[in-house]
Design a protein around this ligand. Structure first.
Ligand code: PMP
Length: 278
């Protein structure tokens, strides 16, 4: 079943207009929310970010955050989703094709669920990544439907036989094509600050909180490609990947090419956080 505006309907019944601005301009925003044991994880944080993205693109939300939360919970129940994710997007709706906003905006909200298993094998072994220039726009803090830069980055990773593309602007690393990037350098956990150049990941923020609780020193400061390659440990975070070790960048192993000890500690703390939230 699909959430279409405030109704739960069959997928076949969903009617999206050919001139929906999401389809024509990527004019909309989205969120991916993880569900563990039938319960949304960090739902409030995702909804707050959704509201912020909407404000930043001047899109009036069609429902209150509490209403959206309730609809998401109903959708999870109707689909008997235990472990998986909810994908939710809101577009600026249908209008005659014209770049500027239509006079009358009728936003279109859709959401669907997908099952995912946990834990997943790659979290134990780690994944490989390549570096690629960050060619995206300068508002990466907005979770917009415009993902072409991310799509091209991820495809380059896949074509290179690896799982993730890590973006850099000149010498400075920003984030992954669908993840935030962390390094451990001299025992300090470091990641890009939440500026316009990255998405302020919900998982990122949980990890920063957990690391502080574990007594790990945390630094929100951009680091260089050199720092990344020489790091003691590297991992990426996202709603779907959780805390994912990076064991190789551009065919060069990170240290011994196995997940690091601090990374494993943070993974364990993240699992405990999930258990606590259920
Ligand atoms: N950066 C980008 C570009 C992303 O697409 C994502 C995943 N949506 C993230 C970071 C991680 O964000 P989150 O932890 O909220 O899933």
């Amino acid at each position: 079943m699909i959430l279409f505006q405030d109704q739960i309907i069959e997928r076949e019944e969903v009617l999206i207009d050919l001139e929906d601005r999401g389809y024509q301009f990527g004019d909309g925003i989205y969120e991916v929310i993880r569900i563990y044991d039938g319960k949304p994880f960090t739902l409030r944080e995702h909804l707050n970010r959704l509201e912020r993205s909407a404000d930043e693109i001047q899109l009036p939300l069609p429902f209150t955050l509490d209403e959206i939360a309730q609809h998401i919970i109903t959708l999870i129940q109707r689909n008997s989703l235990h472990n998986g994710q909810v994908y939710l997007q809101i577009t600026r709706g249908a209008a005659l094709r014209n770049h500027s906003f239509p006079n009358e905006v009728n936003p279109v909200l859709t959401a669907y669920t997908k099952e995912i298993d946990r834990p997943f094998e790659k979290q134990l072994t780690g994944i490989k990544a390549i570096l690629t220039e960050d060619i995206r726009w300068l508002r990466c803090d907005i979770k917009s439907l415009n993902l072409l830069g991310n799509v091209l980055g991820k495809q380059k990773a896949v074509d290179s036989g690896v799982d993730e593309a890590i973006f850099h602007r000149g010498e400075l690393v920003t984030e992954g094509s669908s993840t935030n990037v962390f390094i451990i350098k001299n025992g300090v956990l470091q990641t890009h600050p939440p500026t316009n150049l990255i998405l302020s990941g919900i998982t990122r923020n949980v990890v920063l909180k957990l690391a502080s609780e574990l007594g790990i020193e945390v630094k929100e400061e951009a680091f260089t490609i050199h720092d990344l390659k020489e790091a003691e440990e590297v991992f990426v975070t996202s709603t779907t990947q959780e805390v994912m070790p990076i064991i190789e960048v551009n065919s060069t192993a990170i240290q011994k090419g196995t997940p690091g000890e601090i990374t494993k500690k943070i993974q364990a703390a993240f699992s405990a956080e999930i258990t606590l939230s259920k």
